[in-house]
Structure formats: C-alpha cells, structure tokens
Design a protein. Structure first.
Length: 311
C-alpha cells in the first residue's frame, strides 16, 4: 500500500525478471478508463495523480499523529506533576526524568521520520505530466522543481507494478533505464487490487499519447475531469467517504466518529503542504492553445460532474 512512499522504490539496480515479464503493451488491447487519476487534460499535456495521493493524511498519518500527540501530552503531564516532587539528592528520580524525556523525544522523532515528516509540510500532490507535443514524460518528486524526472515517452519502460508488502496491489509503474539498470522509478495513478483496472488506466494514457485526446474515451459525455486536488474540507470529506468502498458507504453517518479524525488530518496535511511548481523548461513546453477543443472541464470538488448528471 505504501510502496513508493513510506517504502521507497529501489533504484540503481538491475531490472528483475517479474518486471521484464509484465510490460504494459504499446498497442490498443482493451478498455480505457482513467479511474479518477487525471487532474488536467488538454491537447498539449495531461497531468495524472501520483500513487500516494489517496493515502495522504489517512489512516497511517492519523494514527501516528494521534499517538504522538497523546505521548507528548502524557509526557508533559508526568513532568508537571512529578517534577516538583523531585529534589536534589534523589539521583534515581532525576535519572527517571531523563529516561522519560529521552524516551518521549526519541519516540516522537522516530514517528516523525517514518510517517509525519513524509506527509506534513511536503507537496500537496506529485503529478506526472504526459506532454504529447514534446513526447516527454515528467514526474514530480520530493526534491521539488529541481528533482523532476524527465524521460522520452518512447524510452520509458512502463510495466505492471506490484506492492512491496501487499503484492496483490497493482499500479502503472515506470522505470527510467540505463541499459539493464533501473535509475529512477515512479508510479502513475491510483493502485488497485485488480490488474484489469490498472491496464485500463494505462490504456487511457497510451491512447492520449499515441492516438490523441479525441480517442481516450468512446463516450463524449465522459470527457470531464472527475478528480479535484483542491485542499478543501469538502474534498477531504469526499475522499475519506469514497475510501470506505461500496459495502460501508451506507454506514458513513454511523462511522463519522472514526472518519472525522481522518478528514481533519487529511485537511491539515494538505493545508500544511505547498502546491507543486514545474521547472521553467516544463512550463515553457506546456503552453495550451486558447481555443483548445480538447481541454477537459475541471471540477471544483471530487465527482462534481457525476453529480451534475444525476449519477
């Protein structure tokens, strides 16, 4: 689940046999569906969300944040109530105070390094840009504008990615190769436990790059962006509710005591983070025509156009 984020991709290695045996094909093979991964689409470029976006501020971060806060408050309470009873000459008590302080600080530092520091005060999202005119793929990274990975579309190696811990999870994954060596890796779009859904996302991307924006979907009514990355309360709430899945969706009101902290934490994470800014060379090559007939409308909130159709 946390592959490519809390569990970093392994690079500077040789490509393994599984990756070699599961390339994503470059010809039309099946259905096309962006699966709420696209955040911007026009005749010049298409921006797709990163794999980690759906997890930002969710269960892992919320639990760690709550535990860290509880430990900090407990530590303060212990020091405030116990410290006045400690007086000079009782070395054991001072030793215990030191142990408590070091323990709480160390615990918080570990949690911050493993989870909190990788979610708060980072970037709101990490887009992957597919530019049709230049035939380039650009992937945003933790290093910001100076760390953008750029690779020609025809040289990028796309394959069916597997989760590092949960191997049943699949995603569209790209390697930037140097011979047989993997130099960079990034995942494109959401992950699923259904390989066919991932292949539909890939087919959408492939059609856009190889056939053009007019051919990415068959139904004209589907030519809308459905994912909004605006850091609003409404988007955070909708993202948390959607993550329940169809089985639990009817119980969302009953589950609000559990969902509420997730909504708040996701909102805090996104508000504390900054919007990604592409480097100048990417911006220069991404100019959109004023009268572009293939510029898809973008929603103010997640699923707005579905609601507009009464779906």
């Amino acid at each position: 689940m946390y592959t490519g984020w809390l569990r970093r991709f392994k690079v500077d290695r040789t490509i393994n046999p599984t990756e070699q045996c599961e390339p994503l094909k470059r010809e039309r093979t099946g259905a096309s569906n962006e699966r709420h991964c696209v955040i911007r689409l026009n005749s010049t470029y298409m921006d797709v969300i990163d794999r980690r976006y759906r997890l930002r501020g969710m269960v892992a971060t919320t639990v760690v944040t709550l535990v860290s806060t509880a430990l900090a408050l407990f530590g303060v309470w212990m020091l405030v109530t116990w410290l006045p009873t400690v007086y000079e000459g009782r070395a054991v008590d001072w030793f215990m105070v030191g142990v408590l302080v070091i323990g709480f600080v160390g615990q918080f530092a570990l949690m911050y390094r493993l989870v909190i520091g990788r979610d708060f005060f980072t970037y709101k999202y990490y887009p992957i840009r597919f530019n049709r005119r230049t035939r380039m793929v650009h992937a945003y990274t933790d290093a910001g504008p100076s760390g953008v990975i750029s690779v020609p579309w025809d040289q990028a190696y796309f394959h069916l990615g597997h989760g590092q811990g949960e191997t049943f999870l699949r995603d569209v994954r790209c390697h930037v190769m140097d011979g047989d060596m993997v130099r960079h890796t990034f995942a494109v779009g959401h992950y699923f436990d259904d390989a066919d859904k991932v292949r539909e996302i890939w087919e959408f991307i492939r059609r856009y790059m190889d056939e053009g924006p007019a051919h990415v979907v068959d139904a004209p009514s589907s030519r809308h962006v459905h994912l909004s990355v605006a850091d609003t309360w409404k988007n955070c709430y909708l993202t948390v509710v959607i993550s329940l899945g169809e089985a639990l969706l009817p119980y969302r009101t009953v589950l609000m005591p559990l969902l509420g902290p997730l909504v708040i934490c996701r909102w805090l994470v996104l508000k504390s983070s900054r919007a990604p800014e592409w480097p100048a060379y990417v911006v220069t090559e991404s100019v959109v025509d004023v009268a572009d007939p293939h510029q898809w409308p973008e929603p103010e909130y997640v699923g707005q156009f579905y609601a507009g159709r009464g779906a």
